[in-house]
Design a protein around this ligand. Structure first.
Ligand SMILES: C[S@@+](CC[C@H](N)C(=O)[O-])C[C@H]1O[C@@H](n2cnc3c(N)ncnc32)[C@H](O)[C@@H]1O
Length: 310
């Protein structure tokens, strides 16, 4: 083990949220594109707000506030918009959007957390040559890894059993606990949206990744790049008593349709045709196989009669 190596979870926490952490000094939109940056996404969320009668929308892990800024003209002044974010309030954020660094105790309406859970640090473990599961440590300046102490976890046994030397896992217990706590505050709808996997298809070597300036880069928890890992969405859903749905199915239920505009519109109204074509492109991006459409919605509906309820 190098002198500077620390358990992955500790290195990850400081890299993203320490004093000079990645998300304290930079905005997510400078580095990657999420559903919140695709205009049509806010339209679907506005429909959800309308049909559920929510009078408050809380965006947990709001990034630069993009989703709420897009939502503001769509939902009108009767709906209170609250961004929860560890980074500072953007200087140009509309005054009608409230900005805070902690989740309200009680939320009557909609709680949405897009790509939050994948950024919650986890313990990372690996099966050693001796067949024993151990904590993985990392040097935060180089990303060089070393194997630490034996690691026992009820979560691992239940949700991500490891067998062969070299197999790895990210322990999802921190995410389960965080989302169960957030969803329990909600009277209405709580939705976490993220990329993830299920028990039957866990990736054998884990999913730790880093991104910066629109590119995938070496995984190093040094504060200059994002550190993320896919979410064990079935364990989060079980902890929060939630249902799971792919984003493409959830958005289809909310009426998003990726069909292209009729060609004769190009003749009769070229501008309308171009606008409709651009919109269809955005919808296609949100529903795409192998892309945002594969994301999971983890949904708790305490009203039990919304369009997303089974
Ligand atoms: C991947 S970005 C997603 C931003 C935005 N939701 C989007 O979809 O574009 C994750 C964000 O979560 C924020 N975050 C992480 N933990 C948080 C917490 N406990 N409370 C508030 N914000 C948090 C980070 O600062 C970062 O802006």
């Amino acid at each position: 083990m190098t002198k500077r190596a620390v358990p992955w979870r500790q290195a990850w926490e400081s890299a993203l949220y320490g004093e000079d952490g990645f998300f304290r000094s930079t905005r997510p939109a400078e580095h990657f594109r999420t559903s919140a940056h695709v205009g049509v996404f806010a339209e679907a969320i506005a429909d959800l707000v309308g049909q559920s009668g929510a009078t408050t929308v809380v965006d947990l892990a709001a990034g630069g506030g993009e989703l709420l800024v897009a939502l503001l003209p769509l939902v009108g002044t009767g709906v209170q918009l609250i961004a929860v974010e560890v980074a500072d309030r953007p200087a140009d954020l509309p005054g009608a959007i409230h900005w805070t660094d902690h989740l309200p105790d009680r939320i009557d309406g909609l709680l949405i957390a897009n790509e939050w859970l994948d950024n919650l640090p986890c313990d990372v473990v690996e099966v050693g040559d001796d067949g024993i599961v151990r904590d993985v440590c990392v040097d935060p300046t180089t990303g060089e890894e070393s194997i630490g102490s034996p690691y026992e976890s009820v979560w691992l046994d239940r949700w991500w059993p490891l067998r062969q030397p070299g197999e790895r896992a990210e322990i999802g217990a921190t995410r389960d606990e965080a989302w169960a706590d957030a969803a329990a505050r909600v009277n209405g709808l709580a939705i976490a949206i993220d990329y993830g996997h299920l028990r039957e298809d866990r990736p054998p070597f884990g999913t730790l990744r880093s991104y910066a300036h629109g590119r995938e880069v070496d995984v190093i928890p040094d504060g200059t790049r994002d550190v993320t890992a896919h979410v064990a969405v079935d364990s989060v859903a079980a902890a929060a008593g939630a249902q799971l749905m792919r984003q493409r199915d959830a958005l289809a239920r909310l009426g998003l349709d990726g069909g292209r505009p009729a060609l004769d519109l190009a003749q009769s109204d070229p501008m309308a045709y171009l606008t409709a074509l651009g919109r269809a492109g955005d919808v296609g991006e949100l529903l795409a196989n192998g892309g945002l459409g594969d994301f999971w919605w983890i949904i708790t509906d305490t009203t039990g009669h919304g369009r997303l309820s089974e």
